[in-house]
Design a binder for this molecule. Sequence first.
Ligand SMILES: Nc1ncnc2c1ncn2[C@@H]1O[C@H](COP(=O)(O)OP(=O)(O)OP(=O)(O)O)[C@@H](O)[C@H]1O
Length: 290
Amino acid sequence: MAIRVSGAQKRYGDHVALDIAELEIPSGRVVGLLGENGAGKSTLIDLIAGVSSPTRGHIETASSKIGWCSQRLVIDWFVSGWMNVWLGACLAGLSGSQAKEATDRAITQAGLDDAKLDSTPEVLSGGQQQRLMIARTFAMNPDIYLLDEPTVGLDIGNLERFTQRVREVRADGATVIVSSHEFEAVEDLIDDVIFLAGGRVTFFGSRRDFTDTFVTREVIRVVVDRPVDREELGEIPGCSMEVDGTAVVIDAPRGTDFAAVLSCLPADADVREYARQPVGLRQAVKWASQ
Ligand SMILES: Nc1ncnc2c1ncn2[C@@H]1O[C@H](COP(=O)(O)OP(=O)(O)OP(=O)(O)O)[C@@H](O)[C@H]1O
């Protein structure tokens, strides 16, 4: 167990931002923290990081080596970019050549070798500033990573570098909590999902179970070689169909068989295209939010 949340509540005046009876996050997993704007994701991350205290209840962590990468820019604007990363290594207790090595390694891993890190950070682009915070977090080499919207502003090369790095620290046994609205960016990365709604955990389990629980239907689109009328189509149990010229769009239970789809088409119409809407995190989050 890496993190245990017991009876934790965070209030702002009368507003309950977070209310979690019990939550245990195991070690060595990458956990996606998902939910709509205002669901309480940053509040939970801040409580685990210890930068904010619960109004009541407890948060325990198995290690005090926690790396926190905030959703908002938390950068020291008065020292160089390099020193910002070095401060992460120093916070983790490194000094001298060890701190320097950890800093340079994290800078390379964040793709910042060519950035102007001798200057104060205002000369960096938005994406470079974001990666500076990521580099500082990784320079700490923590046991628990708390990454609040870390992929915002990353181009595709840097996104791949980031996900690769997260996989490496997971393989080394670290626990990674990553909040995100960029579902495609984290889809293959996360093992488990915590879904928050109105400050409460409404789902906690594997990513696969999350998708299976919430995505129960799918859209299938078939294009045939001639225009068809709705009356020409047969019925498939549990499905609704719409026709648009040569295209037949079927709202079907997830996993509906291709043979069942074919059986509803007119015998003289040949299939030209066949596509299923992908079933993934984005669809699951959409349904979980309703
Ligand atoms: N300092 C604060 N004072 C008052 N209310 C706050 C404060 N911080 C957060 N809240 C409220 O707590 C709730 C949860 O906010 P939080 O930032 O945790 O949401 P989130 O899930 O991270 O949202 P987003 O996806 O937009 O980043 C929101 O209703 C927000 O308005």
